[in-house]
Design a protein around this ligand. Structure first.
Ligand code: CA
Length: 350
């Protein structure tokens, strides 16, 4: 340990003061040496994901939990927008692996029929092989109601929603009436509580992308009426960033994110990598542009009734889309480092 000079002693006192100030503001248990930034700086995340269709959803959850471990994010809930009874349990598996088994998990309970085949490439396998306590989707709360319940409790303008599947829940949320959770309707509740929506979906300058196409009315309603800024990570962003092979060489068989990649048929047979679409939306939601991306915001994203989209240059409508600034190789390293890092709860064990 270095000797305590007058300068370092002053710095330590300032650090302790800042820690206590931060904990007093956030009313959390004070921790003397402030191992993480004050919680008030953490981005409050609701993660909305069609886990099981592709393995990048599981990888995005790995990033989300790493950000939480590092004090960069606070996870409010994870939401599954489909009928598959094992989507919510798969989310519970990953939350449990990362030491947060109590995160609320909501699931879709409406009657919308998606336009295309849906998949359970690994949800059931995760639920069968890994510890968790949410047995089936029927046991999880209605995701739209859970959105209302959680949003109502948050400080105004603080919540960031990361949507990396169809936007069914978001569209349905906008249409909800006032209830016991809030006297605001869905639109007003979102406008009051949500700071930002980041979407993996569409393509730029134009696209025909799966997340949008399987529930085009939902994506269109959100694009046209969502009352906060929306940042899209288009198909082209994650396509060039290939990750996943290091899960096999740097993490153990008890990692459910690794198992998601092992069980996904579209992982490249030779490289063992997969495109990193969903991770990019999570990365932007928590860290912003950094030197990773720039944003195009001169215009708006128009979605047609079939789910095709096109960026229309002209007046802004609160829409932005990501443009990659770093190399794909740099982004691959950055994202995969987060995917393979052990949970803090495991790393601390002797
Ligand atoms: Ca997805």
């Amino acid at each position: 340990m270095l000797p305590l000079t007058p300068f370092s002693a002053t710095k330590l006192l300032i650090t302790i003061y800042v820690c206590f100030a931060g904990t007093l503001i956030t009313t959390r248990t004070p921790h003397l040496f402030c191992p993480m930034p004050p919680q008030s700086k953490a981005v409050k995340i609701i993660f909305d994901s069609d886990i099981g269709q592709d393995c990048d959803d599981a990888a995005a959850m790995a990033l989300m939990h790493q950000f939480a471990d590092r004090g960069e994010a606070e996870i409010l809930a994870t939401m599954f927008p489909m009928h598959d009874p094992m989507g919510a349990p798969a989310m519970d598996v990953i939350n449990t692996y990362y030491g947060r088994p109590g995160i609320p998990v909501g699931t879709y309970k409406g009657d919308y029929e998606y336009k295309g085949k849906l998949y359970d490439h690994y949800n059931t396998k995760l639920a069968q092989a890994f510890p968790h306590d949410l047995i089936k989707g029927a046991d999880a709360p209605d995701a739209v109601m859970l959105y209302r319940q959680i949003l109502a409790k948050q400080a105004d303008g603080t919540v960031v929603i990361v949507a990396v599947g169809p936007e069914r829940l978001l569209a349905d949320l906008l249409k909800t009436p006032p209830d016991t959770y809030s006297n605001l309707d869905g639109y007003a509740l979102v406008k009051k509580k949500v700071k930002l929506l980041t979407v993996m979906g569409a393509g730029f300058p134009s696209g025909d992308e799966w997340n949008i196409k399987i529930a085009p009315d939902a994506a269109r309603l959100v694009a046209e009426t969502w009352p906060t800024p929306i940042v899209y990570s288009g198909f082209e962003i994650g396509s060039v960033i290939r990750t996943g092979s290091r899960l096999l060489t740097e993490t153990s068989a008890n990692n459910p994110v690794r198992a998601a990649f092992e069980n996904h048929p579209f992982v490249d047979k030779l490289t063992k990598d997969r495109q990193s679409w969903d991770q990019t939306a999570m990365l932007y939601a928590v860290r912003g542009t950094q030197d990773y991306w720039s944003l195009e915001g001169n215009g708006f994203n128009r979605i047609d009734s079939t789910g095709k989209n096109k960026w229309i240059n002209g007046p802004s409508k609160n829409h932005r889309y990501l443009i990659l600034k770093k190399t794909a190789a740099d982004m691959q390293k950055l994202i995969e480092d987060l995917m393979v890092a052990p949970p803090a709860s495991v790393a601390k064990r002797p």
